[in-house]
Write a protein that binds this ligand. Sequence first.
Ligand code: UTP
Length: 304
Amino acid sequence: MREASTEPSAQAARPFRSAVVPAAGLGTRFLPTTKTVPKELLPVVDTPGIELVAAEAAEAGAEQLLIVTSPGKDAIAAHFADSSELEKELQARGKEKLIAKVRRAHELITVRTVTQDEPKGLGHAVGCARDAIGDDEEAFAVLLPDDLVLPTGVLAKMAKVREQHGGSVLCAFDVPREQISAYGVFEVTDTADDDVKRVHGMVEKPAPDEAPSTYAAAGRYLLDRTIFDALDRITPGAGGELQLTDAVALLISEGHPVHVVVHRGGRHDLGNPGGYARAFVDFALEDPDYGPDLRAWLAARLNG
Ligand code: UTP
């Protein structure tokens, strides 16, 4: 599941410069850990989920990562900051391999943080990044740090779809109908490409027999900057939160083209302990140091 992307690199085309990573939520599903530790920093084997997502954004050609954080989640920015003191210490101890690991987050991509003072929803979080995105940037990416989309490369495909159809492009997974009520589901029509659908609407967590399709939303977006104007015009929904999907729905109702790329790969939801445990085990099984032992232990555990 973790092989490198086979998609052509987007570096040359650079379809967007900024990638927004909203990380200012409360992470209530991970309490009590998230009293003090941002869920975005929880390790998948040894690397925080948000670093994996930063690497994906860099690979897709993003120049800057705009992390939306909240007061009290400073550790996220610290993770991407210069770590020369620690590196010196590791150097003195001859730990070359660890130096490379420690340096990676800082060297991957330019990181800026913007603050969301209160967790007023994903739409509001994305709106907080507005001033950090250049006036000349027609589109930008949004990557949810608790969603691993594997193998990486879907953003490059999404950029091609925007080139072809304009507007905004989202990412979807084809989910078995009996599981569909756990997701936001797209109402779509086909295009000439089987993996690209035109979106006409979205339904949150429908009953299986009422779901308009089996295409569920994943945490990758390539948004036209008109989304900011739409975010200004929507009203808060459930829990007083501004929903990004409401802003997308408003744009659709006004004729703005929205498509989804159906990603035929894997996905891990790091946002809840069950999904996180799967991701950890999946990545650990592939790890040369920990994989063989874990595999043997799991087999014995499951047979025991
Ligand atoms: P989630 O709903 O998965 O995260 O939002 P959460 O709200 O932190 O988690 P729970 O539901 O309480 O357990 C998806 C992403 O959007 C960010 C979150 O940090 C997460 O990465 N987010 C959400 C914000 O940045 N601001 C918000 O107001 C809400």
